[in-house]
Design a protein around this ligand. Structure first.
Ligand code: NAP
Length: 479
């Protein structure tokens, strides 16, 4: 077998490992193994590529490998699960930058050799090569600066509000047109100076475009944006694969590109919003949220409950469902939730955790927090499975969740969240809502659930109120 066949065979093995790994990431119980399998696929691809290419000097590759390994290990150990979106944003950004550099290096090669010698040596088609270099730089550039902006928003370095100005979409469209114009000049001109001008134009504007693209998107929508940018980083890598004729880069780029789009679509569906609405509507600027106060016929009153009375209700309960939301993450109450769940089980109750796909602020946010508190996987129940059980639930404990249990999503056509599937907490016999006050959720609208006759408000930071309820259980047990 010749070397080229062996190398492509190794690339096919890598690609299969990537696909298997991705599939295993879909289930919590197999996710770790999936990650490892994908990493092995990547190791094979890197090693084979080093043998395949005529590497002139390995020094910089070793330096890059050492720096990357140290950074990777440190980040994996130091970065908290709750700051994963920031980490993913940075990784996407560097992926985009790497692709951009590949495109830039190839352009440098063309400039140094001249088209004729370049085409003779690399057997390319000038329009195809010019186009894939353009796409690599454009998508890589947008991904790089867009991801840095998303990181800064999530890390609180920039305000979370969307930055909007009049004519924003027109400015962005003009920038995009200018980039395409620069690309066309670089691809079709045979004059080296014009090619340089075209290349520089689309290189710089693609970096500006990434920034202006993410600017009008609110901090709460950043998880969707990051998933979308992840997809773009894959497409940039795929284009880079065509630039340097590397099959495994093309396959891996396609896998990242499609899985990022699928994840974005899942998140948008769970919020009942389109990707276009997330990317271009300026949601969270106050304009959308203020257009509706939510359920137009909100009636009833908020009925506070004390930790002592909460204990009495819970002590008699046989079916209990916890519904965690963003507030549980804010108060870091997951360990106390687990402790209360254990006490309820010891008291004879059956306990489940209802997981809404967009509860919190990042995909899998609640799963991650509950896993950190060692809540068994089997107790986590997805929205579609738990909803038919809600009518037979004695007590639903809503912990810092708001939008994901808001009945207005099903009833109020004027509501910004109308159509978003919710966890039907309101169907439980008693609903106990843990929150600090009258604060609205992410969408900024009122919640009818809190006013229903079967709802009670346990006010305070979720961790503190849970501690108080746990103390009641313990004192009852010891007396
Ligand atoms: P939410 O609607 O944002 O509501 C969170 C609630 O937690 C607030 O009403 C707040 O009320 C309460 N809270 C805050 N800090 C608290 C604390 N220390 N203790 C107790 N309560 C506290 O949260 P959600 O129900 O989880 O819904 C998530 C929202 O984010 C959805 O609208 C979703 O579309 C959006 N979103 C999610 C993702 C994702 O990937 N998960 C991505 C983008 C957008 P008080 O201020 O009164 O305490």
């Amino acid at each position: 077998m010749n070397t080229a066949v062996l190398i492509n065979f190794a690339y096919i093995v890598s690609s299969i490992l990537f696909i298997l790994g991705l599939k295993m990431l879909g289930r919590q119980s197999t996710a770790r193994r999936g990650n490892l399998i994908s990493a092995i696929g990547m190791l094979i691809a890197v090693v084979v590529t080093l043998f395949d290419r005529q590497v002139i000097n390995l020094t910089w590759i070793w330096v890059g490998l050492a720096v990357g390994t140290v950074l990777g290990v440190v980040c994996a150990r130091v970065v908290k699960m709750t700051t994963m979106p920031e980490m993913v944003a940075l990784l996407n950004g560097f992926g985009g930058l790497a692709s951009l550099l590949v495109g830039w290096a190839e352009y440098g090669k063309i400039r140094a050799f001249g088209w004729e010698r370049y085409l003779a040596e690399y057997a390319g088609n000038p329009v195809f090569t010019g186009t894939v270099i353009f796409l690599t730089v454009l998508i890589g550039g947008i991904t790089f600066t867009g991801s840095i902006y998303a990181f800064a928003k999530l890390a609180g370095l920039l305000g979370g509000k969307p930055v909007l100005f009049r004519g924003q979409h027109i400015v962005n469209s003009l920038l995009l047109l200018l980039t395409v114009g620069g690309g066309a000049v670089a691809i079709f001109s045979s004059n080296p100076t014009l090619v340089l001008v075209g290349f520089t134009t689309y290189l710089i504007i693609s970096l500006v475009l990434g920034w202006t693209f993410v600017m009008p998107i609110g901090g709460g929508d950043m998880p969707v944006v990051i998933s979308f940018l992840n997809s773009l980083s894959g497409l940039a890598a795929c284009a880079a694969g065509f630039v340097i004729s590397n099959n495994v880069l093309i396959v891996a780029g396609c896998l990242v590109g499609t899985s990022g789009v699928i994840l974005s679509a899942i998140m948008c569906k769970a919020m009942n919003r389109s990707l276009g609405n997330v990317l271009f509507s300026g949601f969270g600027s106050g304009v959308v949220a203020a257009s509706s106060a939510g359920d137009g016929e909100i009636q009833g009153e908020l009925k506070p409950i004390s930790p002592e009375d909460t204990f009495s209700v819970l002590e008699a309960a046989r079916q209990v469902v916890f519904i965690p939301g963003y507030g549980m993450a804010v108060s870091q109450a997951q360990h106390h939730v687990r402790e209360l769940s254990d006490l309820l089980e010891q008291n004879g109750a059956e306990v489940r955790f209802a997981i809404h796909p967009v509860a919190g602020r990042m995909p899998g946010h609640m799963n991650v927090l509950l896993a950190e508190a060692s809540v068994p996987y089997e107790q986590l129940v997805e929205m579609d499975t738990i909803n038919p059980m809600m009518a037979n639930t004695d007590v639903a404990i809503v912990i810092g969740a708001n939008d994901v249990v808001n009945p207005a999503a099903a009833r109020d056509k004027a509501s910004p969240i109308y159509g978003m599937p919710i966890i039907k907490a309101h169907e439980a016999r008693t609903v106990i809502c843990l929150k600090r006050g009258k604060g609205a959720g992410f969408s900024g609208i009122e919640n009818h659930l809190f006013l229903l006759p079967n709802s009670r408000m346990l006010y305070g930071d979720a961790k503190a109120t849970l501690q108080a309820v746990i103390a009641e259980f313990k004192s009852a047990a010891s007396s």
